[in-house]
Design a protein around this ligand. Sequence first.
Ligand code: ZN
Ligand code: ZN
Length: 392
Amino acid sequence: MSATLSALQARASAFTALRRDIHQHPEIGFQEFRTSDLVAERLKQWGYEVTRGLGGTGVVGQLKRGSGARKLGLRADMDALPIQETTGLPHASCHEGLMHACGHDGHTAMLLAAAEHLAKSTTFDGTLNLIFQPAEESLGGARKMMEDGLFDRFPCDAIFAMHNLPGFRPGQLLLREGATMASSENIVVHIEGKGGHGAMPHLSADPVVAGSAIVMGLQTIVSRNVPPLHMAVITVGSFQSGVSNNVIPQNATLKLSVRALDRGVRELLRNRIVELVELQAKSYGVTAQVEFLPGYPVLVNTTTETTIAREVAVALVGADNVVLQTEPLTASEDFAYMLDQVPGSYLFIGNGDADNGGHGACMVHNPNYDFEDRNIPVGAAFWVALTERFLA
Ligand SMILES: [Zn+2]
Ligand SMILES: [Zn+2]
């Protein structure tokens, strides 16, 4: 075991307690007041220059050493989810209807454990920026921090982030070069017809029939327009219209979730959805508008930075505990915004599998999920080793 890892193992109980404290007090996106206070206080205590207010509750801790010009960014997310926890654990959420069901409590604890070690026990040469972001879950906290000048005020040559991943052994590190998490588009289709009596359909323009044709037509985009070797998902998760048996409604609304792992496929999906919806609507004598809500881009890990992360991972936990080119995920992640601007890599740490059982094997966003505390020293040691390597 490396000296860094054993030093962090020795601090494991303190940071497990900290993680469980954050778990007990989950806060929804942009409301991470207690969590960001805690993060800022600790960072100040260890000598970091702390900046608050980026993206509302975001925190950046900066530590400079030596005269090196290199600048590294490490990012953790702090927000919880609107889920009622069912784990029954002693450290379960004490906030009704809110829960750390994605392990962001653990990501925050891992980066704080690394922050303490880096401030007290390590020499490096350059600038370290620790980025604690709000509102990763669907609200685009990363984008908000960038709009507030994150990379103008804290330029980084490279950025890295880590997410836990149930289904893999605790402490196992999983990396991937290239597209790793899908883009996500939230789209609303507003269909305007002409309401009327259910007995006289010829006097109306029925948005239910038009909407049904649009739902079926959308299925052909993935099967007929997307190249077969590319992945794409179009899910119509909501179709709302009408309230009564004998009334043809005036409107219908469809809500879509759209995913891709390639920037070109993402554009193709956006364009084809608009074309198909408008022309299908026309053919049924109704009108339709396609509204794009803010989405997430494809998360693309750059080659050079992923190679560095891989070498650090193998040196730290051994090749047997590193998955080199893990499968991409169809979920999305707003660290993708940061990677659109700065080279870097987003990796995973196993949170438990069937053999290792417990709440950590449960998928994220499940009410029975919990972050695996054995990951804290490993994840923190990875951040320390990566910093020592990048800012050597
Ligand atoms: Zn999540
Ligand atoms: Zn998450």
